[in-house]
Design a protein around this ligand. Sequence first.
Ligand code: FA5
Length: 342
Amino acid sequence: MDVKEKIKQIEKQIEETVKDIESSQTLLEIKMKFLGKTGEISSLMKNMRDVPPEERPSMGKLLNALRQWTEEKFDKLEAGLKSIELKKKYAEEKIDVTMPGIPVPDGAYHPNTLITNELISIFLGMGFEIFEGPEIENDYYNFTALNTPQDHPARDMQDTFYLAENLLLRTQTSAGQIRVMETKKPPIKILSPGKVYRSDDDATHSPMFSQMEMLVVDKGLTLCDLQGMLDEFVKKIFGSDVKTRLRPSYFPFTEPSVEVDVSCFECGGKGCRLCKGTGWIEVGGAGMVNRRVLEGCNIDPDEYTGFAFGLGIERIAMLKYGINNMKLLFEGDTRFLKQFKG
Ligand code: FA5
């Protein structure tokens, strides 16, 4: 067919196809049919090779004019359609600011987080710094440097998860005491929260739980300073009427060692179900840092003394919020968790 004829035909075809077009997407598809790499106009241009050389300039002119005409036509149509589509989109997306909102339920802090934050704020207020040790520890920091050598019977007090011969999941945040004393010289005032692991599982014990450790090393510290600090912290967390009591105990890394009891805040010390009739509730272990531990960290025990205290966060949360099963703290049941608003 004669090229001029073909051009006319294409123009007519374009006019007809775009006549009723309503979407810019369809327009784009049609545009490709004519102007795309394999489109009709491009094919015509490729056929120029077959046109005799003397006719090429005039033919080229005609084809360029067709191309330009087509491009302008599609551009114009596209602009018009896009503007209609945008208006339609805006109309559909119109926001009625008078409509009632969709309520987003309030989140709640986990009881462990509440207790941890409370403890941190109490101890930061007393001038403590925070230290976080690793959860995967080696035997040295978790036991040996804490005066608990390989064959020490106290290793049986904490059923340990071993990862390799010398590598374990720490059983106590006390491991952090050594890491701190190795690198920092007294005066030391450290608070160390974190997860610990033991092969232990019942209503009041979990294989993974959280502890919070306090360590103070300075000149002239005595057990009275420990009791003074405990009194202060216990009153802040459980109430101003609550008293503390130190009971003799044993930990290899403290000497003397004590168990820390608080007077039952439920019955005021008269005896109830919570304190099992004793009037006292145990909250953690403590003591004066054993001089062998200080020596191992190159701190002179004749110049410095220290005290340490370790408690279980879940245990404090259970006491404070009256939770009777530790499992509730790990199950993630939102019916339970949403009761705790911080
Ligand atoms: C210790 O872990 C010592 N490191 C504490 C310490 C620190 C003593 C500094 C002296 C100086 P104990 O094994 O008693 O002590 O654990 C401390 C607290 O962790 C307990 O009072 C209890 O509240 C909590 N606890 C122990 N085992 C579990 C468990 N399986 N699940 C939940 N809480 C636990």
